[in-house]
Design a protein around this ligand. Structure first.
Ligand code: B12
Ligand code: SF4
Length: 489
């Protein structure tokens, strides 16, 4: 049986679709007779051609809410060209909005952590030669329409021991595409790899949908397994920087110590730089010292706001002082702190916006990012936005770019005039150190067909600058950013 998983983010983000790779790796390990591949960084026309030629029985997709419309559009086009396949949707959007499979190109949704549930689905299809809905009805982890009835069976079975999943087989991807340097600061301007060492977060922020998905019980890969993967990224893929994308990496001190010891034993401690995410209230001097020893060069904190009142609404068990302490500790140990902030939130007033502006200016104007708050399904913020008729239930079903760029007309705050919000957006952005060469924009726009030899960009800076000024590159920037095609197909 042939299975194809499609990464819809062609030319969009230089981040590997690790969710698909985890699922594919698990199937390769536990159902080795299945022929599974990932169509990664391939234009739509080619995806359709490959599917028509290879005739896979199953075609899988993944979507986040803000990008769901795009994935649905792609799946619809593929289905028109190849109606025979079974179309499966996994990932966070369908988990939070299972009804999205109704009247859609998708025959079935896989809810929650995907590995075990997808394996069960493939076994079911192999046995029945089609989806055996009568059997699936008795399980968990699926959403589908069957005999005019809709079934939402809730999240599927979770993996108990994460080490049971194989190290993601990145060789299934077009890895040349994922060797960009990290532009966030000069320390990380080297090819950067991405990995996870845990799943879940024990907190429950009012805007975050991660916690409903993974649960508040955090699962960790063992230190040995983490170091095995680091070694592969360093030796096989030549990454000099690794970004750990865990919701909260620094939590588990004993494991942190074991990771350091193992890296030392393997003589790679200090050769790789790390970046990751922290939370102000679970960051102390001991953690800062351990992270420094591990060679952490940057830690991002979701500070979100400079207003204590807004912080109470947004996050649990944290104060602004916790964030200030964390920033100070990072600076003390030479780790660059990064602050992530939002504006346009429920209950936010002009006073709160002013506090955010002042906080950034005083504590972290050297490295911060700011975004407009997007309401994510299944969160308290989503409930607020629906109740106040600020958005429709089916917000993410249709093409909608409003929350991907700043748009003052769609603020979730009922307490501030749009012009004031816009004024603060611009004021806060004016605090940013200038991005003279447009590095950050650049990383978002280069495609897989980087005929400029960008694979080892860090060693090719002169050619890279030449390439920047080539008409081909300028055309690409124009099409992708100025004409706005970056978000489309
Ligand atoms: C890394 C990351 C990114 C990276 C890389 C994204 C990528 N290519 O995967 C970058 C920075 C590019 C990014 C961008 C965005 N992100 Co993001 N991101 C994450 C993060 C931190 C980890 C994602 C991940 O890889 N997890 C690990 C893997 C194993 O999990 P997974 O992808 O969910 O896959 C599992 C299951 O979902 C399932 N599964 C997934 N796909 C499929 C497919 C099939 C067929 C099957 C059977 C199963 C299955 O099985 C997998 C294994 O269990 C999550 C938070 C989190 N902890 O998950 C946020 C998160 C996914 N991002 C989020 C958002 C909002 C965004 C943006 C929309 C932000 C923006 N405004 O632009 C964009 C959209 C990107 C996109 N194209 O959709 C939200 C999504 C919320 C929602 N309801 O949609 C999250 C949950 C953050 C949050 N706390 O709310 N993101
Ligand atoms: S700490 Fe981060 S991952 Fe955890 S609930 Fe809050 S925003 Fe989500």
């Amino acid at each position: 049986m042939k299975v194809v998983l499609v990464n819809p983010d062609y030319l969009l983000y230089p981040f590997p679709p690790l969710g698909l790779v985890y699922v594919a790796g698990y199937i390769k390990k536990y159902l080795p007779e299945i022929d599974i591949r990932i169509l990664d960084q391939i234009p739509k026309e080619e995806i359709i051609k490959i599917i028509i030629n290879e005739k896979p029985e199953i075609i899988g997709f993944s979507s986040t809410s803000p990008h769901h419309w795009k994935v649905k559009k792609l799946a619809t086009e593929i289905k028109e060209a190849y109606p025979k396949g079974i179309f499966v949707l996994g990932g966070i959007h369908v988990t939070n909005c299972p009804t999205t499979v109704k009247n859609s190109p998708f025959d079935i949704g896989v809810l929650g952590e995907g590995e075990i549930t997808f394996k069960k689905l493939l076994e079911n299809i192999e046995k029945n030669n089609k989806i055996g809905f009568d059997e699936l009805k008795k399980m968990t982890g699926f959403a589908f329409e069957y005999k005019r009835k809709f079934y939402n069976l809730g999240n599927g079975e979770r993996i108990e021991n994460l080490d049971d999943t194989p190290i993601p087989p990145r060789e299934m991807l077009n890895m040349n595409y994922y060797s960009f340097p990290s532009f966030s600061n000069k320390e990380t301007f080297e090819p950067t790899g991405l990995m996870f060492t845990s799943r879940g977060c024990p907190y429950s922020c009012s805007f975050c949908s991660s916690v409903k998905f993974w649960g508040r019980h955090v699962k960790f890969f063992s230190a040995k397994r983490v170091v095995d993967e680091i070694e592969i990224l360093y030796k096989n893929y030549h990454y000099k920087v690794i970004q750990i994308y865990d919701d909260l990496f620094s939590m588990n001190k004993p494991r942190l110590k074991q990771i350091i010891e193992l890296l030392k034993e393997r003589k790679i401690l200090g050769k790789i730089k790390f970046k990751g995410f922290g939370r102000g209230n679970c960051f102390d001097e001991e953690i800062a010292i351990l992270l420094k020893e591990l060679n952490f060069v940057e830690i991002a904190f979701g500070i979100e706001t400079g207003s204590e009142k807004m912080l109470k609404y947004l996050k649990d068990k944290i104060t602004l002082q916790d964030d200030i302490n964390a920033i100070n500790l990072c600076r003390k140990y030479g780790i660059q702190p990064l602050g992530a902030f939002m504006i346009g939130m429920p209950y936010e007033t002009e006073e709160d916006l002013k506090d955010t502006y002042e906080f950034i200016k005083k504590y972290i104007s050297d490295r911060f990012v700011i975004a407009q708050m997007s309401p994510l399904p299944n969160t308290p913020v989503w409930g607020y936005a629906i109740k106040n008729k600020l958005i429709k239930e089916n917000l993410y079903e249709e093409e909608d770019r409003r929350f991907l760029d700043f748009d003052e007309n769609y603020s979730l705050s009922l307490d501030v005039y749009p012009e004031i919000l816009k004024e603060y957006w611009n004021k806060i952005l004016s605090l940013k150190p200038s991005d003279v060469f447009g590095w950050r924009k650049f990383i978002m726009v280069i495609g897989k067909d980087n005929s400029f030899g960008l694979k080892k960009l860090s060693t090719l800076r002169f050619r890279h600058i030449l390439a920047f000024s080539s008409p081909l590159f300028l055309k690409k920037v124009y099409n992708l950013t100025i004409k706005g095609e970056r978000q489309g197909w």
